[in-house]
Write a protein that binds this ligand. Structure first.
Ligand SMILES: [Zn+2]
Length: 399
């Protein structure tokens, strides 16, 4: 079944493995799968592919048809692109497979360097000249001294220039490296995953590999704990996701949209609530006059001034560390999530539905939403009446 599926994919998309392993946007055509296209053109693809993914793939070369000549690490730890930048800079078709870089002659593999470079280019002329003098051959590369061999010395050819000598030396060197890997006719390439003992790819091992490779500077331990704690809140998953993005500053506020080229800037980037300052995450949620009023009112309603200052309440990482009573922390955290979520919804309503911002409505939504979420997370739904929640929220939902 797997083979049929593979054949079907190849018939529809061509040599997908080769294309993905090359990752060259220029080889994508209109008929490519959107999935692969998105993957290949994504911002991180090059970084993920060449700095990380390739190093986890072990290439077992058959006839070389599915392995990119330049990009795959098929001769050792590095790709030819990295090991031979001079040759790579002259190469004609970067996306060729190994199979297209030579020929089987009398059952044996011979590299054909004239095909490596654009027809008519100086590099192709040098390669042709070298081939003419039989100064390279796949199975028995001549010594480097042959570049100045007597057979060639008398010819006033292109091979006598400094460029030619450099190219000839590079060709001989790359040939020496490539000849360590036998190319076998009638045998397909296969790839194994270097990060597992059985060579099989698993999404989990790939995720862990990328996570370790791509993670930025380590986060302070208290923030790691707070981030992990976020997932314990019994609120809808979309709210948890929003909170997580919020803490990472990944909310599409207007400054972020300007940075990504979605908005032009200027009046486009002004805060939707006050229309005075640039809308950044910190302005919209904490520094805007309207948000400040909301936080003050929520802070007074919760009556937590004995535990926290109002600034500490606004900082998720701070109140997490300062409130040790689990029930109180759960209530404060849930209200905090409801506050940022409702501010965001109201801001969106102002922008997209042209609604006027209502402070009273905003406060009622925060109180109602947080009560609903906490009720849903407790088995006894009558644990706290909405009336009590309005008056003394911290005394509600005690287990
Ligand atoms: Zn504002």
């Amino acid at each position: 079944m797997g083979t049929v599926w593979k054949d079907l994919l190849e018939a529809r998309y061509g040599n997908t493995r080769l294309k993905v392993l090359i990752g060259d946007v220029s080889i994508l055509s209109k008929k490519e799968s959107h999935w692969w296209r998105d993957l290949i053109v994504s911002d991180n693809f090059e970084r993920l592919l060449f700095d990380h993914f390739m190093s986890a793939i072990k290439c077992n070369i058959g006839n070389g048809a599915s392995t990119p000549l330049w990009y795959a690490s098929w001769t050792g730890r590095k790709s030819l692109m990295e090991s031979f930048p001079f040759l790579f800079s002259l190469a004609g078709n970067f996306s060729d497979s190994i199979y297209l870089a030579g020929d089987f002659i009398d059952g044996g593999w011979c590299w054909n360097f004239t095909r490596w470079f654009d027809e008519g280019s100086p590099a192709a002329a040098v390669a042709a000249e070298l081939k003419h003098h039989d100064r390279y051959s796949s199975r028995a590369p001549p010594a480097a001294a042959s570049v100045n061999s007597p057979a060639a010395a008398g010819d006033a050819t292109v091979a006598d220039s400094a460029f030619s000598q450099q190219l000839a030396a590079a060709i001989q060197e790359v040939q020496g490296v490539m000849n360590l890997v036998p190319i076998k006719d009638n045998c397909v390439d296969n790839f194994s995953w270097a990060l597992s003992s059985n060579g099989c790819f698993s999404v989990n091992s790939c995720y862990e590999f990328f996570k370790a490779s791509l993670s930025g500077p380590p986060m302070e331990s208290n923030k790691v704990l707070a981030f992990n704690y976020l997932w314990k809140f019994k609120v809808p998953s979309r709210i948890l996701c929003f909170g997580w993005r919020f803490l990472l500053n990944r909310i599409p506020t207007r400054d972020q949209l300007v940075r990504r080229g979605v908005l032009v800037g200027g009046s486009d980037s002004v805060c939707a609530l006050c229309s005075k300052e640039e809308e950044t995450l910190s302005h919209l949620f904490f520094l805007c006059n309207i948000s400040i009023r909301i936080w003050r009112r929520v802070f007074m309603w919760l009556d937590i001034s004995e535990d926290l200052t109002i600034d500490e309440f606004g900082d998720f990482f701070h109140f997490y560390g300062k409130i040790h009573c689990l029930n109180k922390r759960m209530i404060v955290g849930t209200v905090w999530l409801a506050t940022v979520w409702v501010i965001w919804l109201k801001r969106n309503a102002v922008i997209f539905k042209k609604e006027d911002f209502s402070f009273t409505e905003c406060m009622s939504d925060i109180v109602l939403l947080s009560w609903r979420w906490l009720c849903a997370s407790h088995r006894r739904v009558n644990l706290c009446s909405f009336y009590n929640w309005n008056i003394l929220p911290l005394l509600c939902f005690e287990r």
